[in-house]
Write a protein that binds this ligand. Structure first.
Ligand SMILES: CC(=O)SCCNC(=O)CCNC(=O)[C@H](O)C(C)(C)COP(=O)(O)OP(=O)(O)OC[C@H]1O[C@@H](n2cnc3c(N)ncnc32)[C@H](O)[C@@H]1OP(=O)(O)O
Ligand SMILES: CC(=O)C(=O)O
Length: 531
């Protein structure tokens, strides 16, 4: 526990790795330990050494890490029924892991003792007491994870309390009350934690699963009820619906309640750490994640955006800057002038909120969104739209035509080919290319043709291609929206196209991506020429 009285215990590498689709290599695990240590997490449950040799090998590697703040923790069950702890392989592995702190978990619900362990209460109490004592005798600190404590308490309070008291008798330094099935509600969590805190002579920790979407709330009320430690996973990864999400719990406690969880200077880095951890796990931070998601401070509704622009507190519970996030104003058909203006003035600083041009741009956005376009994420198409509406845009090329040939083939000959004819100034260029599909062939032919005039295009790569059917009920007559994300190595940008023909929608998005890149390259060149 840290000196502030509340410690944060991260189980991303243990309970988080029990989440479906989550898998960490040894290098990933080491990177996560370093990251959580830098963030100022107190305890990192890094694995279950009794599970398999890979887990034990990880602890050996991790022992050479020079951690600034955190302690590593190993996790395992009590001894098996009828077994002497000194002979138990899981407990042996806990000791071999070499961690100063060990978590030992044991059963606290009579139903589990009867139906899963298939043993007596006396034997369960012995397993808990003797296992904890054995680990303590080997000089380690022990947190006893009271598995199914809340369900056990609701079912038979005295039984559940005898189980945690057995851990205390064995010498446990802390008892962690677990909502293993994730079904507890906040009022019950608060009441039960308060009851246990008043009766146990050791500090109480809590561990909630998110099966009812209550894990963050349960953790917060437990701390208010006297818990001295919260267990969770930094991005909420975990078995089934996940574990209590520390990236929400930490700012809730620290910013809203003044209870320090991590060093104050790191709270402003929370968003960056969340995204770095997600990148290691090869997932995206959910856009709607509280505090750290990219939509956490995105104001799409016109009236909200207007309010936030006038006074950010009007629609924000905290300043995004406090957690290192930022305010966003996605543009869409439900935008009003204020939000369009906030973006337009970055492109055309001379416009005003009430100018006729601002309204004209807004009307055009609404018309196009009605037709299926989506400018919310398509930043580059948005900028081109503004410039086109203002008559400030001269296209870099003119398409004469494109033709696609696709058909059956074998091996490398399968796929598609495309020809494009474009005009740049007075010159006309015809170009052909093959691709693994019609859009790929068209993209390649277009870039090859235009690359002769604009070599900067050789730096561009498509990084994402999304197709969405807009009116599914029309089956093959549906319109589609294509969103393309491209990069020129220095940044990414997204463009949009809509049509009844997927190749045509893709062409529109490709055309915008090329036009936008050329516009950007021209602006950079002009800037470089300035004295
Ligand atoms: C709530 C939690 O998240 S607890 C953590 C759960 N995590 C995991 O299970 C992941 C890692 N687990 C593993 O690698 C394996 O399950 C191992 C190596 C630990 C054990 O493997 P095995 O010995 O093959 O047993 P298995 O996985 O089938 O587990 C069932 C056994 O564990 C026993 N067991 C379950 N919980 C406990 C407990 N709290 N204390 C003691 N024994 C327990 C069961 O009674 C059963 O024993 P039995 O076969 O004598 O009836
Ligand atoms: C120990 C643990 O992970 C649980 O009970 O959920």
């Amino acid at each position: 526990m840290n000196t502030k009285g509340i410690s944060i215990f991260d189980s991303t590498l243990r309970d988080g790795a029990q989440g479906k689709g989550i898998s960490f290599s040894i290098e990933d695990r080491l990177a996560i330990v370093r990251l959580l240590d830098c963030l100022g997490i107190d305890l990192i449950e890094a694995g279950n050494p009794g599970s398999n040799p890979k887990e034990l090998a990880f602890f050996e590697r991790a022992s050479s890490l020079q951690l600034q703040h955190a302690k590593l923790v190993s996790f395992g069950s009590t001894c098996r029924k009828g077994c002497d702890p000194r002979e138990d392989r899981n407990l042996q592995a806990l000791l071999e892991s070499g961690t100063e702190v060990c978590v030992v978990f044991g059963k606290c619900w009579r139903f589990h003792v009867d139906s899963v362990l298939e043993t007596t209460e006396e034997e369960n109490l012995r397993m808990i007491r003797e296992s904890v004592r054995w680990i303590k005798e080997n000089g380690r600190s022990v947190i006893f994870d009271a598995e199914h404590f809340f369900d056990g308490f609701a079912d038979d309070r005295a039984f559940a309390m005898r189980a945690v008291n057995a851990a205390v008798e064995g010498g446990a330094d802390m008892v962690c009350l677990c909502d293993t099935n994730g079904g507890v509600f906040p009022q019950d969590a608060q009441r039960v934690v308060q009851y246990v805190v008043q009766r146990l002579p050791v500090p109480v920790s809590v561990h909630f699963h998110d099966d009812c979407g209550m894990a963050v709330a349960n953790s917060v009320v437990s701390v208010l009820a006297g818990a001295k430690q919260v267990q969770g996973t930094f991005l909420g990864f975990g078995e089934r619906c996940g574990n209590a999400n520390l990236s929400a719990i930490i700012p809730n406690l620290q910013i809203k309640r003044g209870i320090e969880c991590i060093p104050q200077e790191n709270i402003g880095q929370l968003t960056r750490y969340a995204h770095e951890l997600a990148a290691i796990a090869n997932v995206e931070v959910p856009s709607g994640a509280p505090y750290v998601g990219s939509h956490a401070f995105a104001h799409k509704a016109g009236m909200h955006a207007d309010g936030v622009i006038k006074a950010s507190r009007s629609f924000e519970h905290v300043d995004p800057f406090l957690v290192g996030n930022k305010r966003r104003f996605p543009t869409s058909e439900i935008s009003g002038r204020a939000v369009v203006f906030a973006r337009v003035k970055q492109i055309l600083p001379e416009l005003t909120l009430h100018s006729a041009e601002t309204q004209k741009i807004l009307d055009e956005i609404k018309r196009l969104e009605m037709a299926g376009y989506q400018f919310e994420g398509a930043d580059a198409s948005f900028e081109l739209l503004v410039r086109r509406q203002m008559g400030l845009y001269k296209p870099y090329f003119e398409l004469k035509y494109y033709k696609i040939y696709s058909g059956a083939g074998v091996g490398e000959e399968a796929g598609a080919s495309a020809t494009v004819k474009v005009r740049v100034g007075d010159e006309v260029q015809l170009m052909a290319a093959e691709g693994n599909g019609p859009v790929n062939a068209l993209d390649t032919a277009l870039r090859k043709a235009l690359g002769l005039f604009y070599p900067v295009l050789n730096r561009v790569k498509l990084t994402d291609y999304k197709v969405r059917v807009l009116d599914g009920e029309s089956a093959t007559a549906s319109r589609v929206r294509v969103l393309i994300t491209s990069t020129d190595g220095s940044g990414t940008f997204t463009t949009v196209g809509v049509s009844g023909d997927v190749v045509d929608a893709s062409f529109q998005a490709l055309q915008d991506s090329i036009e936008y890149l050329l516009l950007k390259a021209d602006a950079q060149a002009r800037k470089a020429e300035q004295p």
